[in-house]
Structure formats: structure tokens, C-alpha cells
Design a binder for this molecule. Structure first.
Ligand code: FE2
Length: 385
């Protein structure tokens, strides 16, 4: 299965077509609304190798919520829980279960980012606010994207502190070692039936993104289910948001299962980059993270065939990849290694992808069939296929 590029020319040219009214420097943080932030923080430290970073709660003057911030290399996760029954945070958790509320984007000018996107049709979540402490000031403003998910613009050029004003450093004696997670490679959204193109257009019109890869249900299907996906990217390629929608199949697709259990559109998976996937995945398994089962033997036997010339630069041992159930895919520019966790909360909703790029800039289209068959085995176990 080949990934189909929307236009014939190269990615650099595609990115030039992206609008520059919204320059994004990277992902600033990802905030989850969860039922128990204290325990979730322990899980992400123990299992995923995050470090304690910042904290805000009753001790810092908050009355209605508590947030634990974790860090690993360039990745910052914020885990937030309500402290009373009147909170929107609690309502969010009641409806969706634990999930991603905020995908925060690092910008040079939060006010301008807000104005430009609102002018182009974004729905406001939070007007620009200036937060200050002894280390300077941060400007933040937010807009809604799909479902109840939010993009927060974060301007921190006049801030020397660790995270955000209002947070204090979180010191902990418990410091599990990092497992080599580097940065967020992409974050995928699941949207409802017939809504993919609406959101593709929204990212084009409101955010100035471009659609640089598309997969239709003829490309992404198994015997039982199908989905469609379009990958949106900003102008410098640092922010990539694939958008999935379900497609008709004989049985219920994984996207439908997600939409049923999340009760709406939301973030399906967060892909995190490593530069040593064998070490990272070995460590995650040792720490109790469960992954989707390995593709069949024939998949691994066929790797030299699929990789062609890239076999010459491949350093990893195929037997070792198979032992860890890591998948591999190639395009013209190189290859990539990837693996997917099972959902990380009780509802079958959000999961993680671990990815190591060796030149390839795709998303593992060659693995879609094996991946979805593996997900369907899980769905069958849950009685949701
Ligand atoms: Fe992915």
C-alpha cells in the first residue's frame, strides 16, 4: 500500500503553500483532564519515564482543581483533576473519561494568533490572558477544535520560569529513569461520520495548515472495517494532525468504537518520537505497558522485500523487532519503525504510538492493514467489533 501525496511536488513546496498568519514553533504542552491526577502522574512517571516538573493546587492557591506537570526531553504533559462537583473539568471527565483537553501550541504572539484564527472562523475558548509571576509573564489564548478539544496559544518569550505562572516546581524523591521519549511527532483526532473534510477545511481556513497526505477507505480497510484519514500540517512541518473518520464496513471500526466510548470527537493517539525504539519499547514493556499484538510471521518475512534498498542502511535486527512486535514501513526517503499501545485508560479511547523515523516522513501506511487487524482482535475481545 502506497501513501498518496495530494500534489506531485515535494513536501517543502507543499509547506510553502501553508499560510504564515499563524507561525507555530512547536507543541508547548498537552493537558489531560483525568479522574485522579495524582495517580495518573505516578503512572506516566513509572511506566513512560516522565519526570516531575511543576505543580499547582490547593497549596498554590487554587480552589477548584489540581494540575501535575511532567516532562521528558521536549514533551510536557499536564494532568488536571477537578476538586469539586461543580467543575467543567469534572463534567468533561464524566462525559469523555480521561482524555486530552488541550493541545497547546508555542507561538511568538498569542494575541495575534487568537485574533487571526477568530477572524477566520474559530470558536473562542479563552480570550487572551496575561499571567505573571517573579519570572516574567506568559500570554495564553484558546480556540476550540473538534469536539471539546482546545488549541491553546502559548507565548512565553517574556518568561524565564519553568512552566507557567501559578505553578511551583514539583520536587519528588521518586525519579524513574527516562526511557528516551524525545518529542511529539503527531497527534491524531477522530471525528464523526462525514466530518473529516469539514475539519480538514477548518485547519486550512482557520489555522493555515495544508493537507499533505490522504488515505481513503479503499486504502485503509480490513475484511471487517474501514476508515479514512487526512494528514494536516503547519508550514514548517513541526505540527502534524491527522484526522480520521469512520467508513462503512461489515463490522464496527475502531473509530466508531472510539466515538461511542469517548462520546464524541477527540484525540485518538499521541505519537512520540524516540531515537532508539528497541530500547524504549523494551523498557515500556518491562514497566507494564501493553502493546497491540505482533503482525504474523509472514509480515516479518516480507520486510527485506518491502524495504528494498533501505535494508542497506537498516541497523535494527528483524528478529529483535519481531520479538517486541515493532512494525516497519518505508517510503522513497527512508524507513520508520512504530508500535501502538493498547488504550491507556479504562475506556477504549486514547492510546500512544512510539515512532522512530529513519528518513521516512509518512505515517506507516504499509502497516495499516496489520495494525487494524490487531486492533480488531482487541475489539473482538471487548465485544465491540
Ligand atoms: Fe500515528
Amino acid at each position: 500500500m502506497k501513501e498518496i501525496k495530494n500534489v506531485e511536488y515535494g513536501l517543502e513546496k507543499i509547506f510553502e503553500d501553508a499560510q504564515d498568519f499563524l507561525p507555530l514553533m512547536g507543541t508547548d504542552y498537552v493537558e489531560f483532564y483525568v479522574g485522579n491526577a495524582k495517580q495518573a502522574a505516578h503512572f506516566y512517571k513509572t511506566a513512560f519515564g516522565f519526570q516531575s516538573y511543576a505543580y499547582a493546587g490547593l497549596e498554590t492557591g487554587l480552589k477548584d482543581r489540581v494540575s501535575y506537570v511532567l516532562k521528558q526531553d521536549k514533551i510536557r504533559l499536564v494532568l488536571t483533576t477537578a476538586l469539586n462537583s461543580q467543575s467543567d473539568i469534572g463534567e468533561h471527565v464524566k462525559k469523555h473519561g480521561d482524555g486530552v483537553k488541550v493541545i497547546a501550541l508555542w507561538v511568538d504572539d498569542a494575541r495575534k494568533s487568537y485574533e487571526e484564527t477568530i477572524k477566520r472562523g474559530a470558536k473562542s475558548y479563552m480570550e487572551p490572558i496575561v499571567e505573571k509571576d517573579a519570572h516574567g509573564e506568559v500570554v495564553r489564548a484558546g480556540i476550540y477544535t473538534y469536539g471539546e478539544t482546545v488549541h491553546m496559544f502559548v507565548e512565553r518569550k517574556n518568561y524565564k520560569g519553568e512552566f507557567l505562572p501559578g505553578f511551583r516546581k514539583w520536587e519528588s524523591d521518586y525519579k524513574p529513569a527516562s526511557i528516551g521519549l524525545k518529542y511529539i511527532d503527531h497527534m491524531v483526532g477522530n471525528v464523526g461520520w462525514g466530518e473529516m473534510n469539514t475539519w480538514v477545511k477548518w485547519y486550512e481556513d482557520v489555522m493555515g495548515f495544508v493537507n499533505f497526505l490522504s488515505f481513503d477507505d479503499k486504502q485503509i480497510h480490513t475484511e471487517y472495517s474501514a476508515l479514512m484519514s487526512k494528514v494536516m500540517s503547519n508550514g514548517n512541518g513541526r505540527i502534524k494532525f491527522p484526522i480520521n473518520e469512520p467508513a462503512k464496513g461489515k463490522k464496527r471500526s475502531q473509530i466508531e468504537e472510539y466515538l461511542d466510548f469517548y462520546e464524541g470527537s477527540g484525540v485518538q493517539h499521541i505519537a512520540i518520537a524516540t531515537d532508539d525504539i528497541i530500547k524504549t519499547v523494551g523498557e515500556l514493556r518491562y514497566r507494564g505497558i501493553e502493546f497491540l499484538s505482533a503482525p504474523p510471521q509472514a509480515y516479518y518475512d516480507d520486510i527485506p522485500n518491502r524495504l528494498g534498498d533501505h535494508m542497506k542502511i537498516m541497523k535494527e535486527d528483524i528478529g529483535e523487532l519481531q520479538k517486541l512486535a515493532i512494525m516497519i514501513d518505508a517510503d522513497e526517503e527512508g524507513y520508520l519503525l512504530q508500535i501502538f499501545t493498547k488504550p491507556v485508560e479504562d475506556r477504549p479511547t486514547l492510546f500512544f504510538e512510539i515512532i522512530q523515523r529513519m528518513g521516512a516522513r509518512g505515517f506507516g501506511a504499509g502497516n495499516f492493514k496489520a495494525l487494524f487487524e490487531s486492533i480488531e482482535r482487541e475489539q473482538a475481545n471487548r465485544g465491540t467489533l
